[in-house]
Design a protein around this ligand. Structure first.
Ligand code: FAD
Length: 265
């Protein structure tokens, strides 16, 4: 079995800087950490691999990320915790990608790997927050997708059973393999790296590939290949001022409506 886990490097601090020219997050890699939801996805993959190997089967876990060169540190850390190998998609041509362009790059990278039986993503990234990449990847590969997975109940050769969120509360779902899962934070807590793992990770196979290497379509990657563009972003003005209204409920509601109109105009 081959499990691919998509890992995004996200800012490790709440002090995120925006580039005033490009309206994108300034990423220098020094403060970056693994997206917490991806840490849970990685642990699910590692537990699945442990169970398969205990049953005498082969199971490899490849971690994949699109990011700046410094993202290699996070992929090596994933290898120290048990991932078999890693692929870093890093190229100036990928910069400024929206979610569709990110999905195209990741899909090209995953296609360049041995066929995946299972693709795991985090439920969402804590910086971009769209929760779009997992379902988009499922669309790109024409695979079923189960979102908000909180537990891996069991796997067979042909299918996987998971518990996931739904409008009616948690439900158990069986999905045929291959499929895409997006994983909730509570699904698992990522194990610590062992000393042997840290040593081995120094030599772990982390392949770094550019857009051409993975056959990405230049018209579908980076800022120019992104159908959405950020035209403006700003830090909202926060004030702690409190205004109390007097009068009847109608008078108070009218005064409040006036303030909302003022803010909107
Ligand atoms: P979600 O969809 O919330 O993430 C879900 C899961 O998908 C993650 O848990 C993870 O498993 C996987 N995933 C997401 N991103 C990656 C990744 N890169 N590698 C591996 N797995 C991943 N971001 C920049 O860094 N620089 C930019 O210049 C930039 N420009 C942008 C311009 C526009 C117009 C827009 C709309 C967005 C831009 N972004 C940029 C943000 C970028 O689109 C998102 O970082 C990216 O598409 C992932 O979306 P998300 O963070 O909402 O992930």
């Amino acid at each position: 079995m081959h499990v691919v886990v998509c890992i995004k490097a996200v800012p490790g601090s709440t002090e995120v800087k925006m580039d005033p020219e490009t309206h994108t997050i300034v990423r220098d890699g020094r403060e970056a950490v693994i997206n917490p939801f991806d840490a849970s996805a990685l642990e699910l993959a590692l537990e699945l691999a442990d169970a398969r190997r205990a049953a005498g089967e082969d199971c490899s876990v490849t971690v994949v990320s699109m990011g700046i060169p410094a993202t290699e540190r996070i992929l090596r850390d994933a290898c120290a915790r048990g991932a078999t190998d890693a692929l870093l998609l890093s190229d100036r041509a990928f910069a400024g990608a929206d979610t569709l362009a990110t999905c195209h790059a990741l899909a090209c990278g995953i296609r360049a790997l041995p066929a995946a039986d299972l693709i795991l993503c985090g439920k969402m990234a804590v910086d971009g927050d769209t929760a779009q990449i997992g379902p988009e990847l499922a669309g790109a590969f024409d695979l079923p997708c189960v979102t908000d997975v909180s537990e891996l109940v069991g796997t067979g050769d042909e299918s996987i059973v998971v518990r996931c969120g739904s409008d009616e509360g948690p439900v158990a779902v069986e999905a045929p393999l291959p499929c895409v899962l997006t994983v909730a934070k509570e699904a698992a807590q990522l194990r610590m790296p062992s000393i042997a793992g840290v040593r081995a990770a120094e030599d772990a196979p982390v392949a770094v590939r550019g857009a051409e290497d993975v056959g990405a379509d230049p018209a579908r990657i980076g800022l120019s290949g992104s159908p959405t563009q950020v035209v403006h972003c700003f830090v909202p003005d926060r004030s702690g001022a409190v205004r109390l209204f007097d009068g009847s409920a109608e008078e108070q509601a009218a005064a409040l409506a006036g303030i909302i109109e003022e803010v909107r105009s």
